[in-house]
Structure formats: C-alpha cells, structure tokens
Design a protein around this ligand. Structure first.
Ligand code: HEM
Length: 323
C-alpha cells in the first residue's frame, strides 16, 4: 500500500504542470504579510516615480518571455558573466523597475528571511502596478523559484522587436504557447509608458525620397514626433508616450489610437494592418471590458510561463545576485 502511495505521489509530482504547484496562499504561513509588504512598496514607489508601473510591466514581460518568469533578468553582470539585463534589447529597461523589486525584497527579507522569491515579487508587483494604473486585477499564483542562470547571449531573438513583421511576432509568441489573440491583448500594455526615439526614428525622418514620415501616421502626430525627437542623436534618452491620448491610464485607448494613425511603433501599427490581428484590435477598441478580460487572462498565463518550482532554482538572498 505504502509503495503504491509513493508511486502515485511521484507520478503526480512529475505529471502535474509546474503552474499546478503554485498556490494563491503559498506564503500564508511562512510570510503572512507578503501581499501587504509588496503592495505598500509599490504604492510608495509609484507615487514618487510615476514611470515605475510601465517600467515594471515591461521588465516582467522580458523576464517571462525569455526562459520563463524566474527573475533571471534581475541578476547583475559579473566579471565572469554578462547577464540577461545587459543584453542590448534590455538596456532600455528603466532602473525604477529593478529598484521597486529590490525595495520589496529588502522589506521582505526583514519580515521573513530566505522565504520569498524575487520571481514572485516581480509577478505580484507588476499585477499591483497594473491595477494601480486602472488596469484589471488578475490572480497571481505563488511559489516560483528564482532561476540560476542569466546570460545576455541567450536573449537575442527571443524577444519581439518593433521591426519584426506580424508573422514573426506571431511566431515569437506562438512558440511559447500564446495565441494571436493573446498576443494582441498583451500588446495593449502599450497603453502606458514610453518608447525612445531610436525605436521609431526611421518612420519619422527621411522615410522615403518622396515622404518624410511613414504615411500610416496621422500627419500632425508625425510632425509632433519629429519635433519631440529632433535632438535624439545628441540626446538618446529622449522618449515619447506610447499612448499619446491617455498616457497615464491603463485603458483601451491604445487600440482606439491605431485606426487614427496614432500607433507609435511599427509593430503596433502592423496589428491593425494584418487580417490575423485586426479583428482583435477592433474588438478591444470598441469594448474595454473584452480587452481587460483578455489581458488579465493572458497576464495570468504569462506569469506562470516556464516557471521553476519545487527543488528547481533557489530563493535568492539578493535579487541581483545568485546565492
Ligand atoms: C508585440 C511585440 C512587442 C514589441 C515589438 C514591443 C516593443 C517595445 C519597445 C521597442 C518599447 C520601447 C522601449 C524603450 O524605448 O524604452 C516598448 C515599451 C513597452 N512595452 Fe513593449 N513590445 C511588445 C509587446 C509588449 C508586451 C506583450 C508587453 C507587456 C505585457 C509590453 C510592455 C511594454 C511597456 C509597459 C512599455 C513601456 C516601458 C516604459 O515606459 O519604460 N510590450 N515595447
């Protein structure tokens, strides 16, 4: 009987997908103040640095899509290892996003040492910040462990770039199990935050011999972008809002902007032009509830993508260093 029971337990622990080993109340006994501590930390940080929410959402997306939500993006480079965060595509991730995780981790280590993973902190901080900006609340199951590898060289090609055609974007998401609809819903994250001028400069200056900017842009918007970015070569930090209409609100304006020629990145505009993605853009533009439901479901799915649980990974003492 005992042998049968052990065999059954072994089978279940290997057969269950990793996310089934996550629980909403994972820290209920070991760190009862977990949720409150993360919530207080992100609220204070967002009030003093309002760019934190968008920065953290992008940080989380880049952590998860490359090799799973294991906090590997938080690791700093060492003389022996160029870490994920120093891959060229991650260099524009703002310091505030890393800082909010460090602050929550410091507070949590005081309250319950060696207990809470950096990956869980990043997942919950992101959800809390999205909600603070007016976005939907979603469940974040807990129990992720922190990854033990973080290599810049492995990042290339795993994250989407604005110049990718829609087929390639679909492939980048599809190869991780995300549908076209989920990809469009997740792209609605560009309802908040910024993009640096270098991400779209080729569409606003010397676009072709006869046209200054990409004709997909509303002409007044293109003129505004040209003037905002005029100095971008001298000042590479220049950036503009992703959603020019309601930049500080998590809403469906991103989708409403696209048919008006107000889509900032080439990849944003492409979602309207491709027959595979357009129906979802149109749906989310007219129905914010549908967008919120789809975004919430897709974020919950993203938050368990490729996670490590059980004996895999570790609980880091510091989020920027392996133990
Ligand atoms: C569909 C493919 C996507 C592409 C090509 C893309 C590309 C970009 C680029 C180039 C920027 C500007 C970064 C900068 O200049 O600092 C950006 C910003 C941002 N992205 Fe995406 N992204 C995509 C999907 C997503 C997804 C799925 C999410 C989250 C679920 C996301 C969240 C964000 C956020 C919040 C920002 C603003 C960051 C800030 O203000 O610091 N993106 N994205």
């Amino acid at each position: 009987m005992a042998v049968l029971l052990i065999a059954l337990l072994t089978f279940l622990s290997t057969a269950l997908p990793a996310e089934c080993r996550l629980y909403s109340n994972y820290y209920a006994k070991s760190c009862p103040r977990f949720a409150q501590i993360v919530q207080d930390t992100v609220t204070n940080k967002q009030i003093t640095s309002p760019t934190t929410a968008a920065a953290t959402l992008r940080l989380f997306f880049h952590d998860c899509l490359h090799n799973g939500c294991d906090g590997s993006i938080l690791i700093s480079s060492s003389p022996f290892n160029k870490a994920e965060r120093d891959a060229d595509i991650n260099l524009s991730l703002p310091g505030d996003a890393f800082d909010v995780v460090v602050r929550a981790k410091t507070a949590l280590e005081l309250a319950c040492p060696n207990t809470v993973s950096c990956a869980d902190i990043l997942a919950v901080a992101t959800r809390d910040l999205v909600t603070m900006m007016g976005g939907p609340y979603y469940n974040v199951p807990l129990g992720r462990r922190d990854g033990k590898s973080s290599r810049a060289s492995a990042v290339e090609g795993t994250l989407p770039r604005p110049a990718m055609p829609v087929s390639q974007l679909i492939q980048v998401f599809g190869s991780r199990g995300f549908s076209v609809q989920e990809m469009v819903a997740l792209s609605g994250a560009h309802t908040i935050g910024f993009a640096h001028c270098k991400e779209f400069n080729s569409a606003i200056y010397n676009y072709s011999t006869s046209l200054q900017s990409d004709p997909e842009y509303n002409p007044r918007y293109a003129a505004g972008l040209r003037s905002a970015c005029a100095d971008y070569e001298k000042n590479p930090t220049l950036s503009v809002f992703n959603d020019v209409m309601t930049p500080n609100k998590f809403d469906n304006a991103y989708f409403q902007n696209l048919p008006k020629g107000l889509g900032l990145l080439k990849s944003d505009r492409a979602l309207l032009n491709d027959p595979r993605t357009r129906p979802f853009v149109e749906l989310y533009a007219k129905d914010q509830n549908s967008f919120f439901q789809a975004f919430a479901r897709a974020m919950e799915k993203l938050s368990v993508y490729g996670i490590q649980t059980g004996r895999k990974g570790e609980i880091r003492h510091r989020c920027d260093e392996f133990n």
